[in-house]
Every structure is written in structure tokens, then in C-alpha cells.
Design a protein around this ligand. Structure first.
Ligand code: GAP
Length: 458
């Protein structure tokens, strides 16, 4: 069975994900991507970009800066309202999110509730709620804690608490404030979308869920600008497309679930999450929201700029409504690692194999000389590696016995392992081993490229 411990341990052991600042004892809720993690993450971003931007006529890309005018975060409501309710255990000083503690005892709480509302529910259930760290029931009152991360960028007066430049809390604000630029400088017309992938930062209170909730993370967001009358129709289309995207990504249908938000913010028309079955249970992977015209109206109000759209055919002028899809790269990596993790019994031993789909596997082909101290084998294997590396993500591996190398490549999720042995020198062929079936085939070296092309559908 896949557990959090197994995923975290394999991710570190096999070079996918390391705790940040590891040699200094780590840095809470921040992670680094190792050599295979970065390949996996890049493949995921590539698939998303192709599907969301390149395969659509009506969606364009953007890469806006992390730092933005501080007024943007006032306009968006983040300065006043982007906060989570927090309590501290008076015994061990662990800080916890109140809505998470209440969920543990099956009480629905909403992070948007006021401090008073939260404290009331919390005190009514005090006897049932335990500190997740020490198990005691001795908490401070709940306080709202703002999640925006402040910086002292460009502030030379030392007055940075009063005039902070924030590290962006979500990438979509960069999209809203560039909506007019894109409209004025490109061919797009309503309905159209702007998508981007980029870093976001949040002062998350809880830091115990691996890649699920981190303080620095990347988002893949798409904001679609529509006529107000078309908002719900386009929203349903987007929901369908996003569900299909995850099936195409290789996540099983039974591991996905829609979660309808019960408490909508006042401007929202609808909000659903796509939840994935992570090792700790179903939780949000992506949000799909119908946001009305709140975002553009707020930025029009705070910037003093007219952000309305003039339909050149009908002459109608209106503020477009926005529907969005938003997902974290890290959460997707976590879901893909969870989905791929497989244990199989082989000759009374347990084989751990990461069954990534072909287009996500960090390494597509590994090339081995059977023995590292036989120059002729090494030379031939290097020639094959040099030939294949231009078309495939390849790895040359001559470390340890062949069984160990297969085990390592299985845990990385490499699809094909090519071994050059003594017969290869005479017959100009190699053994190709399939990751999932473990079957081995002899393939002529000159046919390797076409064999792999067929396997990869290139
Ligand atoms: N623009 C909308 C927005 O940011 P959100 O529900 O706060 O909405 C969207 O975040 C997605 O971003 C989530 O579904 C999740 O995949 C990812 N995400 C949010 N906070 C995260 C965190 N602290 N660590 C990792 N991923 C996070």
C-alpha cells in the first residue's frame, strides 16, 4: 500500500525531492527538486502548457513578475482577507489551522469565517480537539493569520512594514493586471484565456504534508475572460476539460472526485475542486472557479483604469467575467508520484516500480554496459547513448551489478533499459528490457531508434 512515508522516502532516496536546506536540518514546508524531480516537474509543466495554451487558439501565455505593485494585493482582497485561523498549543507551541483541527473531528469549518465565529465553534468543541503534535487540549484563542509574504524590496526608508512589496500569493493577479495589455497588443477577442506557470508564496501555518502544502510553490493557472451571459456555459466546459486532463495525465478515475464548495465568497458564481486520493486521503488538487467580474472590477477601481471590453461587432461594453483553473505543480508531482508507486512480488522479493506514463517518466531510456571494466562494452554503450540522447531523455549507467541497476531504474520509473553485453560486440544487437513487463528482447542496434520511436509514438 502506498503511504506518505514510502513516497517521501523514495522521493529523497532516488533523487526526486529533497527537504530544502537539508544539511542545515531542513527549512519547514520548502522542498527542492532533485535530478529526477526536475525532469518529472518539467514534463508535467510541458503537458499542461501544451494542453492549456499551445493546443488552443483562444488561450495565450504570460510570464509576469513575482513582485507587483503593493496596491494589487489590496485590490485583490489579500491584504485584508487572505488569512487562515490559527491556534497555538500552550504546551508544545505547535501552531495549527483551526479549520483543519475541526475537520479532524468532522466539523465543517470555513477559512473565511470571522475570528468570533471560529472561536465560538472551537470553544464549543474544545474537549474533542487535540494538539496533533503532543495530544494535549490546551490551546490559545484563534487568531487570523495573513498568508502574504512580505519583502523589503525597494524600500530604503526601513518603513517596510507600512509599505511592503509582497511576494505574490497567487499567479493569477499578474494575469488580471495584464489583461488589458494582452487585449491591446495581440489578436485575442472575448472569449479568450491567459495562462501562466510561476512561483507563488504563502506563509502557510501547517507544514506537515510534504509537497501538498508548501510555503514556496509553483502554480499553473488559466484565467478565461467571457461575456457575463456565457459565464456558466464556459464554466461547465472548463470543468469537463480539466477532469479529462487528469485522466489523460494518467490519474485513475476512482482516485479523483469533485468537491463542490458549500460556502462561496460573495462574488463567486460557482466553485468546485478536483480532489485526488493522496496517501493521507482525498484532498484538493485543483480549483475550478467562476469568479464573476470581481477581479477586473477591483483592479479597475484601485488603478483608476477602464478595464471594460468593447465588443466591436455589437457595440456592447462590459467588464468581462472570469473563470479560472488553478493547480500547483508540486501537488501534481505528488499526485503523479502517488499514482505511479507500485509494489510487486518478484521471486519472493518486493519490487518497487514507479509506473509513470511514458510522457512523464523522468528518464525514457537507460543504457548500460554489462560490465564497467570492459572497455569494448563501455565504448559501444557510450556510442548508443550518444546516438539516442538527442531524441530521448537518456541516462548512461555503469554503476553496480545489472540487477541493482534494473532496481534503481525501476524506482526512477525508466521505461526501457538497454544492455550492451558480449554478444552485442559480435551480433550488433542489445537487450531491451521493458519496465512494466520486465520482458527482455534482443534488438539490432541499427533498429533501436525506430523501435523506440514506435514505443513512444514519435
Ligand atoms: N487563484 C486561485 C488560487 O490560488 P487556491 O485554491 O488558493 O486558489 C490553487 O490555490 C491551487 O494552488 C490549489 O488547488 C493547489 O493545487 C495549489 N496550492 C495552493 N496553495 C498551495 C500550497 N501552499 N502548496 C502547494 N500548492 C498549493
Amino acid at each position: 500500500m502506498v503511504t506518505m512515508e514510502k513516497i517521501v522516502s523514495l522521493a529523497k532516496r532516488r533523487g526526486f525531492i529533497y527537504p530544502s536546506s537539508d544539511i542545515y536540518g531542513g527549512f519547514a514546508a520548502i522542498y527542492d527538486y532533485g535530478p529526477y524531480g526536475v525532469e518529472l516537474e518539467n514534463n508535467i509543466k510541458h503537458v499542461w502548457w501544451r494542453k492549456v495554451v499551445l493546443q488552443r487558439e483562444d488561450i495565450v501565455g504570460l510570464d509576469s513578475a513575482i513582485f507587483m505593485h503593493p496596491k494589487i494585493w489590496e485590490a485583490s482582497g489579500h491584504v485584508a482577507g487572505f488569512s487562515d485561523p490559527l491556534v497555538e498549543c500552550k504546551d508544545c507551541h505547535t501552531r495549527s489551522r483551526v479549520d483543519h483541527l475541526l475537520t479532524e473531528i468532522k466539523i465543517e469549518a470555513d477559512e473565511k469565517m470571522s475570528e468570533e465565529e471560529i472561536n465560538k465553534i472551537f470553544s464549543e468543541n474544545k474537549e474533542k480537539i487535540k494538539c496533533p503534535n503532543c495530544g494535549k487540549k490546551n490551546f490559545t484563542d484563534a487568531k487570523k493569520f495573513n498568508l502574504l509574504v512580505k519583502s523589503n524590496l525597494g524600500n530604503f526608508t526601513g518603513n517596510w512594514d507600512k509599505e511592503p512589496a509582497y511576494l505574490r500569493g497567487e499567479t493569477c493577479q499578474g494575469i488580471y493586471v495584464n489583461y488589458k495589455n494582452v487585449l491591446d497588443s495581440t489578436r485575442v477577442k472575448i472569449p479568450f484565456g491567459i495562462a501562466q506557470i510561476g512561483k507563488a508564496f504563502r506563509n502557510e501555518i501547517t507544514a506537515r504534508q510534504f509537497l501538498f502544502r508548501t510555503r514556496e510553490f509553483e502554480q499553473m493557472e488559466m484565467q478565461y475572460f467571457v461575456h457575463p451571459d456565457k459565464e456558466m456555459e464556459e464554466y461547465e466546459k472548463l470543468r469537463k476539460a480539466r477532469w479529462q486532463y487528469y485522466l489523460d495525465l494518467g490519474l485513475k478515475k476512482e482516485h479523483l472526485k469533485w468537491n463542490k464548495h458549500k460556502n462561496l465568497v460573495f462574488y463567486a458564481k460557482a466553485a468546485y475542486d478536483i480532489n485526488y486520493k493522496f496517501p493521507f486521503g482525498f484532498d484538493e488538487l485543483e480549483g475550478v472557479h467562476a469568479r464573476g467580474n470581481y477581479d477586473l472590477s477591483q483592479h479597475a477601481k484601485f488603478s483608476g483604469k477602464d478595464l471594460s471590453y468593447l465588443d466591436s461587432k455589437t457595440g456592447e461594453k462590459y467588464i468581462p467575467h472570469v473563470i479560472e483553473s488553478s493547480v500547483g505543480v508540486g501537488r501534481t508531482v505528488f499526485a503523479v508520484l502517488t499514482e505511479a508507486y507500485t509494489e510487486e512480488k518478484v521471486d519472493k522479493e518486493t519490487r518497487v516500480v514507479m509506473k509513470f506514463p511514458k510522457r512523464l517518466a523522468p528518464i525514457q531510456v537507460a543504457v548500460f554496459p554489462l560490465l564497467r571494466n570492459k572497455p569494448k562494452l563501455v565504448k559501444k554503450a557510450k556510442e548508443i547513448f550518444d546516438e539516442l540522447k538527442t531524441g530521448y531523455t537518456c541516462e548512461f549507467d555503469d554503476n553496480g551489478n545489472i540487477g541493482k541497476r534494473y532496481r534503481r531504474q525501476d524506482e526512477i520509473g525508466t521505461f526501457y533499459c538497454i544492455t550492451v553485453d558480449f554478444d552485442s560486440l559480435d551480433n550488433n544487437d542489445v537487450t531491451v528490457r521493458d519496465r512494466d513487463t520486465m520482458k527482455q528482447e534482443r534488438i539490432k542496434i541499427k533498429e533501436l531508434d525506430s523501435y523506440l520511436k514506435e514505443q513512444y509514438g514519435k
